[in-house]
Ligand binder design. Structure first.
Ligand code: GLY
Length: 602
């Protein structure tokens, strides 16, 4: 009963938020009015925090393009959304220009040069989880500031200084906490105290509890942001800010050196690109993130497998929830098995991308729609052979962190689109805050396979492809995705911008993005409906369907149980943001009702 009541309370509050999001134009969170759905002709911003959405919209209204707005949002989130927004972490951005070029930027963290394959193993070869999750040894070399500078140099229009100013104002003047922010900070107070030798801004003094409406000021972070405003990325990777990071590392036996910071580079990569023929007969071109994220490959594999199911099956089973769940779960199981063996940093490991995405491979991997008993994960594995990874006995452990990572997306009136997922990894990353510069540092090192075959904090297992090596990027699941509609034209076909989608959620990111894509393209849902719809997820191991409380109805759960599926209930999966560009050019934003996420357009 003690456990049951809070769960019921959570379920009821989630249901209320989802229902209100679908039927009310906005919800009030303390002093913030949060719109879950918005439309406009000239610009659309969807982000996880109302203040960041406001910053993005003001940049657009002030003459900035989608990329300018994205840069200003990224820095604003580092202040007003410290659980995941960051300058001490990293991310991936997908960008489509109004001319139709699609680019992707990898500003993922990388391992310090002193990192080593066995750095998290004890004398018996067992992973010491806490070292890769909490404190200085968990921190990868941050990529965000270099990423933003690269983006600004290539696609930005307004001056760099203009884009930093809103974040500086938020950090120095302070801002009012929402109930979600205040609960999160209070819940992590002990860990902040455990890790830091100084009173960080995130712990309220005299053991008091943060309340909604309290003001959070971050004067040290404001000073750091001013330095970045004046000196660009050198203001972070060199000079006094870099020195403060290295001092913090030395104080806590961390590994990041002056040289690690100075030599960090963000990398432009070719996105994963594939066509998806929806059963509605529209063909969509999907662009998502390539390795070192697994997101694009998982999406391409799952949709590539589903594309071999006859259209008539999809149409006949449109409302057959059981059929749909089985197709998704079984294709996800196969894609995550491949992920575990073949994916890692492409600059360190030769990833068989062509073979993994080959249409005949995907057809043979999932030959028919799956009906009947559940497939046992022990009986399927990576599909290309040559397995090097041995699954460790504890590989069935549960995901442990959920409030991690964040996503925002912008489309401007010219048709430029930005879709960015950025992260500290776990909630507030390593919880280590740099004294003097106020930077919250990531715990992204936990995304490596600390011991190939053993699970990380998401329960994900990985192979040697994702083993720790100096300067290597850890495998991610982040899946910022841009979708165009192929319209027949005299030249063959023309691409029209159709949707942007992305979410936080660790290992559940690609499957949340997938379900929202299906909602938008197959089921004809609006962005607000598609992002609100309850979700479920399978990742090969643990061999279970992770399901939001209201996602799989009890009757369906019983049917799935009879077929041999195990269902594990979870309060929330992801916080998806999506924008639709209608055929007439109207921009429609949908913000996830699971958080403070908000959409605004004009
Ligand atoms: N840290 C979560 C991810 O990169 O997928």
């Amino acid at each position: 009963m003690d456990e049951f009541l809070p769960k019921m309370k959570n379920l009821l509050s989630l249901l209320c938020i989802i229902i209100s999001a679908l039927f009310l134009p906005y919800v009030t969170y303390g002093q913030y009015e949060v719109s879950k759905s918005a439309s406009g002709q000239h610009g659309m911003v969807v982000s996880p925090h109302p203040l960041a959405t406001k910053v993005g919209l003001e940049i657009l209204k002030g003459g900035g393009n989608a990329y300018d707005a994205g840069i200003a949002i990224e820095f604003a989130l580092a202040v007003c959304f410290p659980v995941a927004g960051n300058i001490g972490g990293g991310g991936f951005g997908l960008y489509r220009t109004s001319a139709g070029e699609v680019l992707s930027l990898d500003y993922r963290e990388r391992a310090p040069s002193q990192a080593s394959t066995k750095m998290y193993l004890d004398a018996k070869g067992q992973v010491m989880d806490s070292l890769s999750r909490l404190g200085a040894l968990a921190v990868g070399v941050p990529g965000t500031v270099k990423g933003m500078e690269q983006l600004h140099r290539k696609l930005g229009k307004l001056p760099w200084a203009t884009l930093l100013q809103p974040a500086i104002n938020l950090a120095s003047d302070g801002f009012a906490l929402t109930v979600i922010d205040s609960d999160l900070m209070f819940n992590h107070a002990q860990k902040f105290k455990q890790v830091n030798a100084w009173p960080t801004p995130f712990v309220k003094q005299q053991g008091r509890r943060w309340r909604m409406g309290d003001t959070l000021k971050q004067p040290m972070l404001a000073k750091t942001l001013r330095t970045i405003q004046e000196n660009g990325s050198a203001g972070f990777y060199e000079g006094w800010v870099a020195a403060s990071i290295v001092t913090e590392m030395k104080r806590h036996n961390g590994l990041i050196s002056t040289e690690d910071l100075k030599s960090y580079k963000a990398i432009w990569r070719d996105p994963i690109k594939f066509d998806y023929q929806a059963p509605t007969d529209t063909t969509y071109r999907i662009y998502s993130m390539a390795p070192p994220s697994s997101g694009g490959i998982i999406l391409n594999q799952v949709l590539g497998m589903l594309n071999h199911i006859p259209k008539s099956d999809w149409l006949a089973n449109k409302d057959n929830h059981l059929w749909r769940i089985q197709q998704l779960v079984e294709t996800e199981r196969l894609a995550y098995a491949d992920r575990s063996e073949y994916l890692g940093d492409p600059d360190f490991f030769q990833i068989p991308v062509r073979q993994l995405l080959d249409k005949s491979y995907l057809k043979s991997r999932f030959a028919h729609a799956h009906v009947g008993p559940a497939i046992n994960s022990l009986k399927v594995g990576p599909g290309l052979g040559n397995h090097k990874m041995v699954r460790q006995p504890n590989a069935g452990s549960q995901p442990k962190e959920h409030d991690e990572t964040t996503h925002y997306t912008v489309v401007d009136g010219q048709g430029n689109a930005l879709c960015t997922t950025t992260t500290l990894n776990g909630a507030f990353g390593s919880k280590l805050v740099v004294e003097g510069s106020g930077i919250l540092l990531n715990n992204e090192m936990d995304d490596f396979s600390a011991n190939p075959g053993s699970p990380n904090s998401y329960g994900l297992i990985g192979g040697v492809a994702n083993a720790i090596e100096p300067r290597k990027r850890m495998l991610s699941s982040m899946s910022p995705t841009i979708i165009t509609r192929l319209v027949p034209s005299p030249k063959g076909s023309t691409e029209m911008l159709a949707f942007t989608v992305g979410t936080p959620g660790g290992s559940t990111i690609p499957t949340s993005v997938l379900q929202v894509i299906l909602g938008l393209t197959v089921d004809g849902l609006s962005p607000a409906e598609a992002v609100a719809k309850p979700r479920y997820h399978h990742q090969w191991f643990p061999d279970q369907i992770l399901s939001e409380y209201n996602s799989i109805i009890p009757e369906r759960a019983t049917e799935l149980g009879k077929l041999g599926y195990t269902i594990k209930l979870i309060e929330k999966i992801g916080r998806v943001e999506a924008i639709k560009v209608s055929e007439g050019g109207l921009l429609i934003g949908g913000a996830d009702p699971r958080g403070d996420d908000s959409a605004a357009g004009y």
